[in-house]
Design a protein around this ligand. Structure first.
Ligand code: PLP
Length: 428
């Protein structure tokens, strides 16, 4: 497909049917694929030919959707995973193993924080967390000789801090490692981190990409620019022969454009098996077809709600980077000129208790462990998604105990505001 604009890629990217083929992407609901000779299939096992042999490794439906996401992010290759958690784990574990070290922004999704600080630590991978507002000196000081990657979120969940992608990319590259950016909240409609220097982009496709609360999923996109061979001593997994794949050296055989995703598929998907089902990939594609239209409306509603809350006497503070005066507004103007997302965080005067009365009084917005849905939902992170974090960790991540995170859906903005207004009236 030629290089169409993003809106067109949302609708038609990844799959171009030939004469007489299905208009919508076919769901290839088959675990396995048939070959005439063992030699034909052997070539696939050796990565000598491209094709399908077992859906845990690759499936045509998933590949259509991955190709669309790669086009949206401006990457060279992509893969789908069973969840956003799997995407972030695979993206990091593809580069870092026992005895290695990673640097990550402290302002990230609680599940990713836990993955890095507890589960990956158990695997012998150390982490240094840095503030998303750190100085260049502080950022550079976090790197060690065994550091393998830098990680951050474009718009952090739920603190809504905005990453200085250029600053983080420059620091990562100065230390010979790639920058991985989780772009779940912004989506490529509002920010394309690869254009700002990021090397790998991840997604919880469960969020805006699906957008309808239908299917848990994830995606990893490679920008195809990081020169693994130039830093071969740091990345032996990519730059030396893989004996489990007949001595293939990924960076040599697949180059900058394809090495990362091929290794991630051939090793990690093979061994961990966190594949997205073709049915889920189909649902995801339905969401992607309207992503550009929905993101504009999510942002419109988020802004209307944030502006209302900002003027309300019972509200202590509103975080929404599209608001002039927000701490992250200057970065949003640079990285998110079309808008950020529909998620607004705010602190109600009266803390945890007041937040609880408010949420229980909402009629239209539902209490849910979810964001980025067509239907508006909200939660109190300190008692739900981030409950494994200590008060000190919550503070470092910019999440006060009484914070409410509201994900504005696609309903009428006025109905959302009326609902919030009546719920705030109940707060004494
Ligand atoms: C920014 C971000 N990354 C990753 C994840 C994990 O994604 P999933 O729930 O699809 O595993 C989430 C989930 O909320 C998220 O918000």
């Amino acid at each position: 497909m030629p290089d169409y604009r993003l809106d067109t890629a949302c609708v038609q990217g990844g799959y171009t049917p030939k004469n007489g083929e299905p208009r919508q992407i076919p769901i290839v609901q088959s675990t396995t694929f048939k070959y005439d000779t063992g030699e034909d299939m052997g070539k696939l096992f050796d990565l000598e030919a491209s094709g399908y042999f077992y859906t845990r490794l690759q499936n045509p439906t998933n590949d259509y959707v991955a190709a669309k996401i790669a086009a949206l992010e401006g990457g060279t290759a992509a893969m789908l995973t069973s969840s956003g958690q799997a995407a972030n784990f695979f993206a990091m574990f593809n580069l870092a193993g026992c005895g290695d070290h990673i640097v990550a922004s402290s302002s990230i999704y609680g599940g990713t924080f836990n993955l890095i600080s507890v589960t990956m630590a158990r695997m012998g991978i150390e982490v240094t967390f840095v503030s998303p507002d750190c100085t260049d000196e502080e950022l550079n000081a976090a790197f060690r000789p065994n550091t393998k990657l830098l990680f951050g979120e474009t718009i952090a969940n739920p603190a809504l801090t905005v990453l200085d992608i250029e600053q983080f990319a420059l620091a990562a590259h100065a230390h010979g490692v790639p920058l991985i950016v989780d772009n779940t909240f912004a989506t490529p409609v509002n920010c394309r981190p690869i254009e700002w220097g990021a090397d790998i982009v991840t997604h919880s496709t469960t969020k805006y990409m699906d957008g309808h609360g239908t299917a848990v999923g994830g995606a990893i996109v490679d920008g195809g620019r990081f020169d693994w061979m130039a830093h071969a001593e740091k990345f032996p997994g990519l730059c030396t022969p893989d004996e489990s794949y007949h001595g293939i050296t990924y960076a040599e055989k697949f180059g900058k454009e394809g090495a990362f995703i091929t290794k991630c598929t051939a090793q990690l998907m093979r061994d961990f098996g966190a594949i997205q089902s073709p049915q889920h990939a189909f649902y995801l594609n339905l969401g992607l077809e309207s992503l550009h239209v929905r993101m504009a409306r999510h942002c419109e509603n988020g802004r209307a709600v944030a502006e209302f809350l900002q003027k309300h006497p019972k509200i202590q503070h509103v975080s929404y980077c599209d608001l002039p005066g927000d701490k992250y507004h200057p970065r949003a103007e640079k990285y998110l000129p079309r808008g950020s997302c529909g998620v607004v965080s705010f602190e109600i005067r009266g803390g945890r208790e007041a937040a609880s009365v408010f949420m229980n009084s909402l009629r239209l917005a539902a209490i849910e462990t979810h964001v980025a849905d067509a239907r508006t939902c909200c939660l109190n992170p300190a008692t739900t998604t981030h409950r494994q974090m200590t008060d000190a960790q919550l503070k470092a991540a910019g999440i006060p105990a009484g914070l409410v995170r509201m994900s504005c859906g696609l309903e009428s903005a006025q109905d959302l505001i009326d609902d919030i207004a009546q719920a705030l009236e109940k707060v004494k």
